[in-house]
Design a protein around this ligand. Structure first.
Ligand SMILES: Cc1ncc(C[n+]2csc(CCOP(=O)(O)OP(=O)(O)O)c2C)c(N)n1
Length: 598
C-alpha cells in the first residue's frame, strides 16, 4: 500500500481545491483521476524516468492501490490475473523503452485469451519523439499486432477522454488489451481538466444482439439432433453466461465439454460434464465430439490444440457457433449455423425455446460408457511423489472457492485434468499464449483482488523461475499467495515431447535441482520442501494454515516412462483416433484389437 510521505497532506488539500475550483492541474493528475473515475482500484506499476510523474500523482490517491512488481512482465501478468478473476479491467504501468517492452508478453497473453487489460506506458517527451532519445521505443508500433487498440496521447486535454475510451474498448465486445502511451511532457503540462467524457470512437459498436431467426434455426437443429454435444470456452466467462449455460445443459440433457479457457463454466463433477477436450483432454470428450451429429460451439476458437487435424475434426457433425466476434466465425471451421452476438443473451433466448431432449438418451448412455472406460487416472505412488496426487490432495484440503493459478507445462495440464472446477473465474491459466512465468504474478494479481480468498499457484520449476522475483512483492506487499512447485528439475513438457518424438535425446531440458525453499527463505517467504509421498498431506496442511505467502517445493523425479507423461495425448496435427492412451497403445490400436474399427 502507498505510504504518504511527510508534507503530502498539504499537497493533497491543494490538489483537491484545484480540482474543485476547476483550476489547472497536471496531466499526471488527470491520468490518476480519470482512472479513479473508471473504477480502477489497483495498478501494477514499475517506475522509470518517463512514468515517475504518474507514480508521483499516484502517491496522492487513497482510491488506488499501487502494487510494485519486481519486473514489468510480472506487473502485466498480475494485471491479467486481477482481470481474469474479477472480470474488471486490469491495469499495468511501465516506463518507456525497456519497461514498456517488458509488458509485451502480458499484453499478448491478454490478446490471446480475450482479457480486458489497460497498459499505460510513459513515453519520452513528444518534443524528442523520433530522435532515438534515451529509452525511446515506438511501443505503439511494437504492440500494434498485439492490442485491440492503442493511443499515443498528443494533447493533455485528451487524457480523460482517451482513458475512458481505452477502458471501454478493453472491456466491451470481445475483451482485450489496450495501450495508452503518454509522453512525459504531456504528463507535466497543466490544463483545466474536463472529465465530462463520452465514447466517440467511430466504427466501434460491437453488436450484442443475436439474430432471432438464427437462434430459431439453432434451436431447431438442437431439437432434431440425435448426438449433440456442447463445446464451451472462455467466451462464456467473458459474457458472464455460466448460469445460462448450466440451464441449457440441464434443460436439454446435452453432454458438455470445455476448452482449457472454459473450465469452471460448468461444474466438472456433474455427470454431464466431459471435462476438458483436446490434446491432453479426456479421451471420452474427444471421442464424443467426433461421434456427435451436432456440435454447439459457444465462445470458442476451434484452436488447433482442440481440433488436431482439421480435415478430420468432427467429420459427421453440423456446427452451431455463437461468438461475440464475427471474425471468429468461419475462421477455422466453416459452420452451418453462425450466430454473432453476446452469449448470455443468446443462451437466455435459446433456453426459452429448447425442450428436454428425450431422443438423445441412447447417446448420453453411450457417452457415460466412454466416460467409465477411459477415466483420468493418477499413477500409483511408489517411493516417489506423484504430482497428479498432489493436485488431488490440494483440492481436498483447499477452500471451495480457492483460485488456482498455473505456469505452463506438464503441471498445467495435470491441474486442468485433475482439479474439478465448479465456478468460473477461479482458474488462471495462460491458455492461448502458453506463457511460462504466468503462475506466480497472475496469482499475485488475483490475491490483491481477493485478499480473503485462498489463492494457490501450482507451478512448474521452470515456469516459477521465470518470474521468481515476485516473491519479494508477495513479502513486501503482504500478499499471501501459496505456491506449490512441482519440481522435477526438468522442462518437463518439452522433455515429454523429446521422449515421444525425439528418442529421449535431451536438447537442453534439464535445468537443475534448485532448492526453492531456500530461495523463498532468502526473500523472507516461509517455505518447506518435501520429497516423499507421506509428507504431502501434512505439508499441504501446514501451508494452507499459514497466514502469509508460502512456497512448498515438491520434489519428484522426471520420469521418461508414460507414468511421468501427461496422458492421454493426441500428437499435434493428428486425430482423436491417434490418442496415445499409454506407453503402448493408441485409441486406434485399442479399438482395432477389440474389433470395433478396421
Ligand atoms: C516463455 C516460454 N518459453 C518457453 C516455452 C516452451 N515450454 C512449454 S512447456 C515448457 C516446460 C515447462 O517446464 P516447467 O515449468 O518446469 O513445467 P513442467 O512441464 O515440468 O511441469 C517449455 C519450455 C513456453 N511455453 N513459454
Amino acid at each position: 500500500m502507498n505510504k504518504s510521505h511527510s508534507g503530502s497532506k498539504k499537497i493533497v488539500s491543494i490538489k483537491k481545491i484545484k480540482h474543485a475550483a476547476n483550476l489547472p492541474v497536471k496531466g499526471r493528475e488527470i491520468v490518476v483521476k480519470s482512472l479513479e473515475r473508471e473504477g480502477v482500484d489497483t495498478i501494477f506499476g514499475y517506475p522509470g524516468g518517463t512514468s515517475m510523474e504518474i507514480h508521483q500523482a499516484l502517491t496522492q490517491t487513497k482510491k488506488i492501490r499501487m502494487v510494485l512488481p519486481r519486473h514489468e512482465q510480472g506487473g502485466a501478468f498480475a494485471a491479467v490475473g486481477y482481470a481474469r478473476c474479477t472480470g474488471r479491467v486490469g491495469v499495468c504501468l511501465a516506463t518507456s523503452g525497456p519497461g514498456a517492452i517488458n509488458l509485451l508478453t502480458g499484453i499478448m497473453d491478454a490478446k490471446m485469451d480475450s482479457i480486458p487489460l489497460l497498459a499505460i506506458t510513459g513515453q519520452v517527451p513528444s518534443t524528442v519523439l523520433g530522435t532515438d532519445a534515451f529509452q525511446e521505443t515506438d511501443i505503439v508500433g511494437a504492440t500494434f499486432p498485439l492490442v485491440k487498440h492503442s493511443y499515443l496521447v498528443k494533447d493533455v486535454n485528451d487524457i480523460s477522454q482517451i482513458i475512458h475510451e481505452a477502458v471501454h474498448i478493453a472491456t466491451t465486445g470481445r475483451p482485450g488489451p489496450v495501450l495508452v502511451d503518454i509522453p512525459k511532457n504531456i504528463q507535466q503540462q497543466e490544463t483545466i481538466p474536463n472529465y465530462d467524457v463520452s465514447f466517440t470512437l467511430q466504427g466501434y459498436k460491437p453488436n450484442l444482439k443475436p439474430s432471432s431467426p438464427q437462434i430459431k434455426k439453432a434451436v431447431h437443429a438442437i431439437m432434431n439432433a440425435k448426438r449433440p454435444i456442447i463445446y464451451a470456452g472462455g467466451g462464456i466467462i467473458s459474457s458472464g453466461a455460466s448460469q445460462e449455460l448450466r440451464k441449457l445443459v440441464h434443460k436439454t440433457g446435452i453432454p458438455i465439454t470445455n476448452t482449457v479457457m472454459g473450465l469452471g463454466t460448468f461444474p466438472m463433477d456433474d455427470p454431464l460434464s466431459l471435462q476438458m477436450l483436446g490434446m491432453h483432454g479426456a479421451v471420452y470428450a474427444n471421442i464424443a465430439m467426433n461421434h456427435a451429429d451436432l456440435v454447439i460451439a459457444l465462445g470458442v476458437r476451434f484452436d488447433d490444440r482442440v481440433t488436431g487435424k482439421l480435415a478430420e475434426f468432427c467429420k459427421n457433425a453440423k456446427f452451431i457457433h455463437v461468438d461475440i466476434d464475427a471474425t471468429e466465425i468461419n475462421k477455422n471451421i466453416v459452420v452451418d449455423i453462425p450466430i454473432q452476438g453476446d452469449l448470455k443473451l443468446t443462451l437466455h433466448k435459446m433456453n426459452e425455446l429448447v425442450q428436454p431432449l428425450k431422443a438423445i438418451q441412447p447417446w448420453v448412455k453411450q457417452v457415460y460408457e466412454w466416460k467409465k472406460e477411459f477415466p483420468f487416472t493418477v499413477p500409483p505412488s511408489g517411493k516417489h511423489i506423484v504430482p497428479q496426487s498432489v493436485i488431488c490432495e490440494t483440492q481436498k484440503l483447499a477452500d471451495e472457492d480457492a483460485i488456482i493459478s498455473v505456469g505452463v507445462g506438464q503441471h498445467q495440464m495435470w491441474v486442468a485434468q485433475f482439479w474439478r472446477f465448479q465456478q468460473p473465474r477461479n482458474w488462471l491459466c495462460s491458455s492461448g499464449l502458453g506463457a511460462m512465468g504466468f503462475g506466480l504474478p497472475a496469482a499475485m494479481g488475483a490475491q490483491v483482488a481477493f485478499p480473503d480468498r485462498q489463492v494457490i499457484n501450482i507451478d512448474g520449476d521452470g515456469s516459477f523461475l521465470m518470474n521468481i522475483q515476485e516473491l519479494q512483492t508477495l513479502k513486501v506487499e503482504k500478499i499471501p499467495v501459496k505456491n506449490i512447485i512441482l519440481n522435477n528439475a526438468h522442462l518437463g513438457m518439452v522433455a515429454q515431447w523429446e521422449d515421444r518424438f525425439y528418442k529421449s535425446l535431451r536438447g537442453h531440458t534439464y535445468i537443475g535441482d534448485a532448492n526453492f525453499a531456500e530461495i523463498a527463505h532468502a526473500f523472507g517467504v516461509k517455505s518447506d520442501v518435501i520429497n516423499s509421498p507421506d509428507q504431502v498431506v501434512p505439508a499441504l496442511k501446514r501451508m494452507l494454515k499459514h497466514k502469509g505467502p508460502y512456497v512448498l517445493d515438491v520434489k519428484y523425479p522426471y520420469n521418461d516412462k508414460s507414468r511421468g507423461h501427461v496422458m492421454p495425448m493426441i500428437p499435434s496435427g493428428h486425430t482423436y483416433l491417434d490418442t496415445l492412451l499409454d506407453a503402448k497403445h493408441s485409441l486406434r490400436e485399442y479399438w482395432q484389437e477389440k474389433g470395433l474399427i478396421e
